[in-house]
Design a protein around this ligand. Structure first.
Ligand code: C5P
Length: 217
């Protein structure tokens, strides 16, 4: 799996849309990401379809619950054809440790700070600024057995000495296409140390989807 660097976000709401779209992408060249919306609407049926088509699957449910519940959920996830999944680092060390105990061969990636939170939100929640909170979460991720961090491209310079995987959404090779503001191109993200990039709409909503897919490889 490490030869593939591109994760295509399948932010669709139906099985049919997924089935239509995946004709344009190659399971030998990318992973696919199934998030809360698609998993809630289609469940394991869509996981089975993607596995049948040969895709490696990143199940992005951003788990955040008591350690026992997260551990048991990871146990369910690890018995399916999923290769990577997410939990919130802010669930704390015990939750992370317990999740990692039942992960088997899958990679668990920790969500650091949601990019929807601004300085005021982070200050209210943690009494720290964004950079300080990222450092706290980086240290937590470093000392546990978690496999990596999900971070915005803007945070990559803060994580230059982080030795685990960096999975990076917020990627645009053409600027100004949509609502994403704090973006980097795929080349820039790799130059700043991204191990995987997550790209959704620039490929899923492109007029020429096959070309857009190739542009992000
Ligand atoms: O369409 P777009 O390329 O913006 O999609 C990026 C994907 O990454 C979406 O599935 C979005 O939910 C996810 N994302 C994330 N964490 C962020 C920003 C986006 O997981 N901080």
């Amino acid at each position: 799996m490490f030869s593939k660097k591109l994760i295509v976000a399948l932010d669709f709401s139906s099985f049919q849309e997924v089935n239509e779209f995946i004709k344009y992408i190659d399971p030998l060249k990318c992973l696919v990401k199934v998030g809360l919306q698609l998993y809630t609407s289609c469940g394991n049926k869509v996981i089975e379809l993607l596995a049948e088509k040969g895709f490696e699957i990143f199940l992005d449910l951003k788990l955040h619950d008591i350690p026992n519940t997260v551990k048991k959920t990871i146990n369910e996830i690890s018995s399916s054809s999923i290769v990577m999944t997410t939990i919130h680092l802010s669930g704390g060390e015990k939750m992370i440790d317990d999740a990692c105990e039942s992960k088997g061969n899958i990679k668990i990636i920790g969500v650091s700070l949601l990019t929807s939170l601004d300085h005021n939100d982070v200050n209210e929640l943690y009494n720290r600024d964004i950079e300080q909170q990222i450092m706290v979460l980086k240290d937590l991720a470093s000392r546990t057995k978690i496999d990596g961090i999900v971070c915005s491209p803007k945070e990559l310079p803060l994580l230059s000495d982080f030795k685990k995987l960096k999975v990076v959404p917020g990627i645009r090779n053409i600027y100004g296409e949509d609502d994403q503001k704090r973006v980097l191109s795929s080349k820039e993200a790799y130059a700043y140390g991204a191990d995987y990039i997550v790209v959704g709409r620039p490929i899923t909503e492109a007029a020429d989807k096959a070309k857009a897919f190739n542009d992000y490889l």
